[in-house]
Design a protein. Structure first.
Length: 255
């Protein structure tokens, strides 16, 4: 079997045994503010009204329960989620984990790792193909071997549907990634850096949320994205950029 149990464990999104944010000093103001908001969906879909967040073992914040806002499909969340009855905007950091690694090597942030890999493969970009290549690229940061990566990616539904007829061997995706970004070769498919990257992006998110809370703005974390009331979207974008720069010394894109 080419993927060991420890590989699956490294890829698992472990939300168990979380720490309630009310007990986290770095989120004191935020935990008070977010406990007062109510969530809803303007299309009548089901979502827990109250926000109950806890910190997972790797440092990220998770909403508790199967009907939490983080379990809503992205498109539905993007178009229908309301905070206290107000429309929302969702901001994403550009290729956060890849950029954190590039910064660690002394290189500036890039805008779109995934489109670059598609170009290296000679594949014309479409939304479906970019989405399909994104998952293998992210998996490469958690899986411990190149062989395991190739075996895992070869079975992905996204690869089967959108890429297999264009990329005959899944190993070509690994080769395209490390050829496009040779400075990352020592980080991908080693299984050594995924947890540390989650802790780092968790610390960035903590500072973003607490900084906004101190300005009276409540926002919601979704991995490396921030959901906020639409009227505060520009302030939130600026804070995300400023916090990242303060922690890494580099500018990053937010979209």
């Amino acid at each position: 079997m080419c993927i060991r149990d420890r590989t699956r464990e490294a890829l698992a999104d472990d939300r168990t045994q979380g720490t309630d944010i009310a007990s986290i000093p770095e989120l004191r103001r935020y935990s008070h503010l977010v406990s007062q908001v109510k969530l809803s969906l303007d299309n009548g879909g089901q979502v827990f009204e109250d926000v109950a967040l806890s910190r997972g073992p790797a440092g990220r914040l998770y909403q508790q329960g199967v009907h939490g806002y983080q379990n809503i499909p992205r498109d539905e969340r993007k178009h229908h989620l309301l905070i206290d009855g107000r429309p929302t905007t969702e901001w994403d950091y550009d290729a956060l984990h890849f950029n954190l690694l590039l910064n660690r090597c002394g290189y500036p942030c890039v805008r779109d790792v995934y489109s670059t890999v598609l170009r290296r493969l000679g594949i014309r970009k479409t939304t479906a193909r970019r989405d399909a290549i994104k998952k293998p690229c992210l998996i490469s940061l958690n899986i411990p071997t190149v062989r395991g990566f190739c075996c895992y990616v070869g079975r992905l539904p996204e690869y089967q549907e959108h890429l297999k007829h264009l990329v005959k061997r899944s190993s070509l995706i690994y080769e395209a990634l490390v050829t496009s970004y040779p400075q990352l070769k020592s980080y991908v498919c080693t299984g050594k850096h995924g947890a540390a990257l989650q802790r780092q992006d968790g610390a960035i998110m903590d500072e973003v949320l607490e900084t906004l809370a101190q300005r009276g703005i409540v926002a919601l974390p979704e991995h490396d994205s921030v959901i906020c009331p639409r009227e505060h979207q520009e302030t939130v974008r600026q804070v995300m950029v400023q916090v990242y720069q303060r922690r890494t010394g580099f500018m990053v894109g937010v979209k």
